[in-house]
Design a protein around this ligand. Sequence first.
Ligand SMILES: Nc1nc2c(c(=O)[nH]1)N[C@H]1C(S)=C(S)[C@@H](COP(=O)(O)O)O[C@H]1N2
Ligand SMILES: [Mo]
Length: 196
Amino acid sequence: MTDDEEAARLPAGQFLTKRFPVLTYGATPDISTDDWGLRIWGVGLAEPVEFDWREFNSLGSHETTRDFHCVTTWSRFDNRWEGIPISAFWDVITPHLDSTPAAVMLHCHGDYTTNLLIDDFLEPDNLFATQHDGKPLSPGHGGPMRFVCHHLYGWKSAKWINGVELLDADARGFWEVHGYHIRGDPWDEERFSYQE
Ligand SMILES: Nc1nc2c(c(=O)[nH]1)N[C@H]1C(S)=C(S)[C@@H](COP(=O)(O)O)O[C@H]1N2
Ligand SMILES: [Mo]
């Protein structure tokens, strides 16, 4: 990679690291795949939809290699993620919906939350990842399952995800309440709420 290529891939205010830092607020939960579950509820859904580990992993598979940008200014290039594609997940949910949500709130073990507009959530390359760079996702990086949204800052990529709440209006998650931008596009440097 030339310096020009590197610069073109780095959003303003970011530096490149080859490491893969762990950025977690609070403790790392220990979740066995036997205990794993994902629950979807909220606006437009008469009944919650629930998946166990086996059901969820059988929905489909997706592999993609993308750059990752944390708002604390580190970026890591060429992360290879493997997991369940957002489209396969949404194909299961849509027949149950009687209205389209405006946004989602992702819920995690340990009470972390983060919000995304529906179009950001459904971006076709998004996935629920179980593997990173060819290895099962470590507990520190969100194992056994995390959501990954490449085009927004890393805090939107919810680790240890266990719930998707469908919302009729955008609302603020954990960091968004504590001063981060409600959307978080690194290419527009949407870091803080005062920039909204
Ligand atoms: N549940 C949960 N998800 C989370 C976080 C967290 O503290 N808890 N941190 C976020 C932040 S700020 C970033 S940058 C990425 C970091 O992912 P990594 O620790 O795998 O590098 O996870 C995001 N997802
Ligand atoms: Mo972050």
